[in-house]
Design a protein around this ligand. Structure first.
Ligand SMILES: Nc1ncnc2c1ncn2[C@@H]1O[C@H](COP(=O)(O)OP(=O)(O)OP(=O)(O)O)[C@@H](O)[C@H]1O
Length: 613
């Protein structure tokens, strides 16, 4: 699998450093547009939490020096004025309370923003999914992008903003510490910063490695997710049990985990051991400075209070440096994940095709003109030079072996795919020039793998026409046409019966009942004058199928119908029959004409007729 190059190791270190901020602006924009109020409170509290710690250290110095002075006074006079020291202690307590308040406020803002942002980004991901073409969903590389975006990216923008703010906060603290520390020696500031750098370099390297691992292994993670679905979903449960697939699939699941874990462990161990070793350098720097400050106090160069303050500043400074550095490496990691999210969101999608709502020759019906098509990544064409003409009021049946290209023809007709060459015309206008809604309204289609939604019965029918999704009257009319009315009337809550097993009180339907629901769905589009049924009755018994088609013919008078069926008793009723073999039309005509011809159709027909004798 090929992935586009990442902004990682191959870039010069300066570029890499600035890459850390590449998505910060966008993430900030996202947070800002999600909730301005929360973002503002978050920012102000972050600033306050940055300055307060230095104030604590400074008051601490005053306290120690105040105590030392008061002790001296006590020694000399037998009593001492303690008001100042007590005031300082109360002041420090106040500032510490403010720090706690600011931190709690930051945590609250984060929690609220996390929920809002999670929802917002998930919506962005799903809205994008709605604009994608069917081909995107069938492209495994693209599907990986989608899975990765859904799995990881929703928490990353907030995390990036939190880390950016954290960096600013620690930066402010560091500047305030530095202002106080410089009075002792500028070298201490340098030691403070330099001590953290090795650990940071290690962090940045391992964050990059981790992301590459995450990206590279996403097909395996996807397989794991798929296995979880198969093992734990009701629609697979029958086969999993009867074929005893469970242990085998679990074994695969485990094997993937073990492989991934081995890599994770290696990375985690390397990351942590390097982190520890380089962290020691920081500790050594701290204790070096500690000794220096202590010796200065002994020599009387600084007061006891100053020594306490410098030590505190140094200790806090060190943790601010390491917090800043790990914020930077975390930001680097967030950026990598966000690059994946934006790669997905910015996937180019061809703009909606066509704007015309009428063809130049109304009543011309559907024409295929030398249409050829090959699925992306496929060697063999699925359709080759297919030409046919269907007039209003006519019915057409497609016949052919499995995999001969029948469904593909319907996918092209419904514009789910675009022909590689040739044209498909409706009313004399190329499908590509039709405005989407106008075209959709003209076509009612049921695919053989139609959706079985775990919604109400009525909504399952209403799904056929979004404008009337909740229109009861239309449900009932469509159900009557689709011959579903009879069994729906016997359901406990009729059209309000929940279907499927995912939700409480859900009912499961038989295969044939589901097909009747799907058939009714096709009748929701009352304006459609082209009805396409791809094996709509395959799970019904022959008698039901015959009745449905009689009925269907009555209802679709004046409309065009295209029917795919492997049952010749149904197929023979069509005005025009098209036999497809390996993507090419090999025979075309009415039942009588084709029988007379004595070709493939006549052979298959008599073969099936024998079966019924
Ligand atoms: N999404 C796809 N990507 C790649 N190849 C596909 C895709 N869908 C179908 N094919 C291939 O295109 C060819 C035609 O498939 P199609 O689904 O049109 O057959 P069909 O005639 O409808 O078969 P059936 O009677 O089994 O439903 C087959 O060789 C199939 O493997």
């Amino acid at each position: 699998m090929k992935y586009p190059p990442l902004a990682t190791d191959s870039n010069p270190p300066s570029r890499r450093f600035f890459d850390v901020f590449r998505y910060s602006r966008r993430a900030l924009g996202l947070v800002w547009s999600t909730s301005r109020r929360l973002a503002l409170i978050f920012a102000v509290l972050t600033l306050l939490a940055g300055v307060f710690p230095a104030a604590v250290a400074w008051i601490g110095q005053l306290i120690v020096d105040g105590v030392v002075a008061a002790m001296g006074q006590h020694r000399e006079t037998g009593s001492a004025d303690t008001t100042w020291v007590l005031l300082l202690v109360a002041g420090e307590a106040g500032v510490v309370a403010l720090i706690a308040g600011a931190q709690r406020g930051i945590a609250t803002c984060q929690a609220l923003l996390r929920a809002l942002m999670g929802q917002r980004i998930n919506l962005m991901i799903l809205e994008k999914a709605l604009t994608l073409k069917l081909a995107h969903f069938e492209d495994s590389e693209f599907y990986d992008k989608l899975t990765r975006a859904r799995r990881e990216a929703s928490t990353r923008p907030l995390s990036l903003v939190t880390r950016t703010f954290g960096l600013v906060q620690n930066g402010i603290s560091l500047v305030s510490y530095a202002v106080l520390l410089v009075q002792f020696s500028p070298w201490t500031v340098l030691i403070l910063v330099a001590g953290g750098i090795p650990e940071f370099l290690a962090e940045a390297k391992f964050s990059g490695d981790k992301f590459r691992l995450f990206r590279w292994r996403s097909p395996e993670t996807r397989m794991q997710m798929y296995l979880e679905t198969v093992l734990a979903r009701e629609d697979y449960a029958k086969e999993v049990k009867l074929f005893r697939l469970g242990p085998k699939l679990l074994q695969r699941y485990r094997a993937i985990f073990e492989k991934l874990f081995a890599e994770d462990r290696r990375l985690t161990l390397r990351r942590d051991s390097w982190g520890f070793a380089l962290g020691l350098l920081g500790t050594a720097a701290f204790y070096g400075a500690y000794a220096w400050i202590a010796l200065s106090a002994i020599r009387g160069a600084i007061s006891l209070g100053q020594m306490t303050m410098y030590l505190l500043l140094f200790r806090q400074g060190q943790s601010a440096v390491s917090a800043s550095l790990s914020a930077i490496s975390g930001m680097y990691e967030d950026n990598l994940y966000l690059s994946n999210l934006y790669e997905y969101l910015e996937q180019p999608v061809p703009p909606p095709q066509g704007e015309l709502r009428q063809g130049p020759r109304p009543g011309d019906g559907v024409r295929f003109e030398e249409v050829s098509f090959r699925y992306p990544g496929s060697e063999e064409p699925a359709l080759q030079l297919v030409s046919l003409h269907l007039r209003p009021g006519e019915s057409l049946a497609l016949v052919g072996e499995n995999g001969s290209g029948k469904t593909t023809l319907i996918k092209l007709l419904t514009r789910l795919y675009r022909p590689d060459s040739g044209r498909i015309l409706l009313d004399g206008l190329d499908l590509q020039q039709w405005e989407s809604e106008a075209l959709r309204a003209r076509i009612g289609v049921i695919f053989q793998d139609f959706g079985r939604y775990q919604f109400l019965v009525g909504e399952n029918i209403g799904a056929g026409d979004m404008q009337h999704f909740e229109d009861r009257q239309r449900w009932e009319q469509a159900a009557e046409k689709g011959m579903a009315k009879e069994f729906i009337d016997k359901l406990p809550q009729r059209y309000d019966t929940q279907l499927g097993k995912w939700f409480k009180g859900g009912r499961e339907l038989s295969g044939g009942q589901w097909q009747k629901i799907a058939l009714s769905r096709a009748f929701m589009r009352t304006r459609a004058d082209l009805l396409v049924l791809d094996e709509p009755t395959s799970t019904m018994d022959a008698a039901a199928e015959a009745t449905i088609f009689e009925h269907f013919r009555d209802l679709s008078r004046g409309k065009m119908t295209i029917l795919i069926s492997h049952r010749f008793s149904t197929v023979r009723m069509a005005d025009q029959i098209v036999v497809i073999e390996k993507g090419r039309i090999v025979e075309q005509g009415s039942h009588e004409q084709l029988m007379e011809r004595g070709g493939q159709y006549a052979y298959l027909f008599s073969l099936q007729a024998q079966g019924y004798r």
